[in-house]
Design a protein around this ligand. Structure first.
Ligand SMILES: [Fe+2]
Length: 501
């Protein structure tokens, strides 16, 4: 018997409603007191247009990219949003139909075209979406909105105007790149992407974009592949959403979520197929963990294995006494948990000897190392997701705190802080209120890791004329410091950053 699980309030559906962009920023109504030191912009990406005319986008990842900005200046807050002028958006607006196939939505061919032009447009190749709805990140002095394909879109972080589309394939050997690059404090950007090489060989390339140099040349021109991870399957690459980076190592967790390339390539001859139809799971492979030395660009010749789970987000990765600690938000069965998987960096030392973790690593007769993780957060039907940390100071280093969005049956209804050492948690939650990924902003004179605030966009549909607000929490105890309300709905946002003024 089929029964649908419904969140009690159901107001979260407002997260998936089309909204209009703004022609200029609006002033938000502040209650509480915005910290005087908080100066800059919260930039976030998400879908904002969920249909074109009568044609709906079918998947959460398919709505057209809307870029949001909350500006903080002398205790005042303004809100602005603009659609990113991607090809997918501009063509949909111009032709008044969905033109480019998205993750879960197939773009039907123009019915005006006859069968022959359809045939030739198939052979001209697949049109890959540039719908930059997932994240925004800096490269040199520029900012890019992105999805997970080879296209990224340069935007103006002040006006939110679209500047240009960039095709990463023209600069470096990848077929796409994740929306979760690592950006080091000197501006170096690392990312990972699938690479379909010669003779149909599959691999995952780590790319490096250097910081802006004195010649002021666009750093993307200097992009390079620093190391290549092998693929566990000759024909099926795994889906990759993020990866781990420490001062000396790059960690790639290869999960059983596979992209069936045969389906992928043939789907364009079958009307109605989309990217989502090409995913499948190969649980028997378990999870393979690959490690490379960052500076030498050299793979560690160690085969790390663990049991199957799905993965979107790495929390943090660090080195400690010859081990790598890899904290992840895993999805395993119906449960969600974060795990700590210590990796011996020295093959002669296979047992985990760190005093603070129950995670183990065992050398097996087939010369693989079996990693048994330690669960650091687990709740029935509750997930700790969209993890954030004090990245600037603790990214790639030993750390204590992670901030996350609590999902209840996939509905975001809480903000959480997790002490990854002691497992202590703090929660912010209000009825019929749906927050977004919490972004940590450190106090400029911070002495401790959690000296600062956490920023999240919350929608609260029952709240009357001000259904959405920017929430500022004290990162120490997740208590409310202030909120800045706006008189409009704000649909779901996935990821973003705080750009200091
Ligand atoms: Fe993500």
């Amino acid at each position: 018997m089929y029964s649908q699980v419904e969140h009690p309030a159901g107001g979260y559906k407002k997260l998936f409603e089309t909204v209009e962009e703004l022609s200029s920023p609006v002033t938000a109504h502040v209650t509480g007191r915005i910290p005087a030191w908080l100066k800059g912009s919260l930039l976030r990406c998400g879908p904002g247009l969920f249909e074109v005319g009568a044609e709906p986008f079918y998947h959460l990842f398919d709505g057209q990219a809307l870029l949001h900005k909350f500006d903080f200046k002398e205790g005042h807050v303004t809100y602005h949003r603009r659609f990113v002028r991607t090809d997918a958006y501009v063509r949909a607006m111009t032709e008044k139909r969905i033109v480019i196939t998205e993750f879960g939505t197939y773009a039907y061919p123009d019915p005006c075209k006859n069968i022959f032009s359809r045939f030739f447009s198939y052979f001209k190749g697949v049109e890959v979406t540039d719908n930059a709805l997932v994240n925004v990140y800096p490269v040199g002095e520029d900012y890019y909105a992105c999805t997970e394909t080879n296209f990224i879109t340069r935007i103006n972080p002040e006006t939110l105007e679209t500047i240009k589309q960039v095709d990463l394939c023209k600069y470096v050997s990848v077929n796409g790149a994740t929306a979760h690059p690592h950006v080091e404090n000197d501006g170096t950007v690392y990312n990972i992407g699938n690479c379909f090489g010669k003779k149909f060989s599959l691999a995952y390339n780590i790319i490096r974009i250097p910081p802006l140099q004195a010649d002021k040349e666009d750093p993307i021109n200097k992009s390079e592949v620093v190391v290549q991870f092998p693929c566990s399957d000759r024909f099926k690459p795994s889906y990759v959403h993020s990866f781990g980076l420490t001062p000396n190592y790059i960690v790639f967790v290869e999960t059983p979520v596979k992209i069936n390339l045969f389906k992928f390539l043939s789907s364009w001859s079958l009307w109605g197929a989309n990217y989502m139809d090409c995913f499948e799971s190969n649980e028997t492979m378990g999870v393979w963990v690959h490690v490379a030395e960052k500076k030498k660009g050299r793979l560690l010749n160690i085969k790390y294995r663990t049991s199957a789970f799905n993965l979107f987000h790495h929390i943090n990765t660090y080195e400690d006494n010859g081990f790598l600690i890899v904290d992840l938000c895993t999805w395993k069965g119906n449960e969600n948990a974060c795990v700590a998987a210590p990796l011996p960096a020295d093959t002669g030392k296979n047992l985990v000897t760190l005093p603070y973790t129950t995670a183990t690593a065992t050398l097996r007769s087939d010369e693989t190392i079996w990693l048994e993780p330690e669960v650091i957060f687990s709740g029935p039907r509750h997930a700790f997701e969209f993890p954030q940390i004090n990245y600037k100071k603790y990214g790639g280093k030993p750390y204590t705190y992670s901030y996350g969005l609590g999902l209840n049956h996939f509905v975001p209804d809480r903000l959480c802080k997790l002490n990854v050492q002691t497992r202590e948690t703090w929660v912010w939650q209000e009825p019929d209120s749906y927050p977004s990924e919490p972004i940590f902003v450190s106090h400029p004179d911070a002495l401790e890791e959690d000296d600062g605030v956490v920023l999240s966009i919350v929608i609260s549909p029952g709240a009357g004329p001000k259904p959405a607000y920017l929430l500022i929490l004290n990162a120490k105890d997740m208590s409310e410091v202030a909120r800045a309300e706006v008189e409009m709905n704000i649909p779901v946002t996935f990821h973003g950053l705080f750009k200091r003024a």
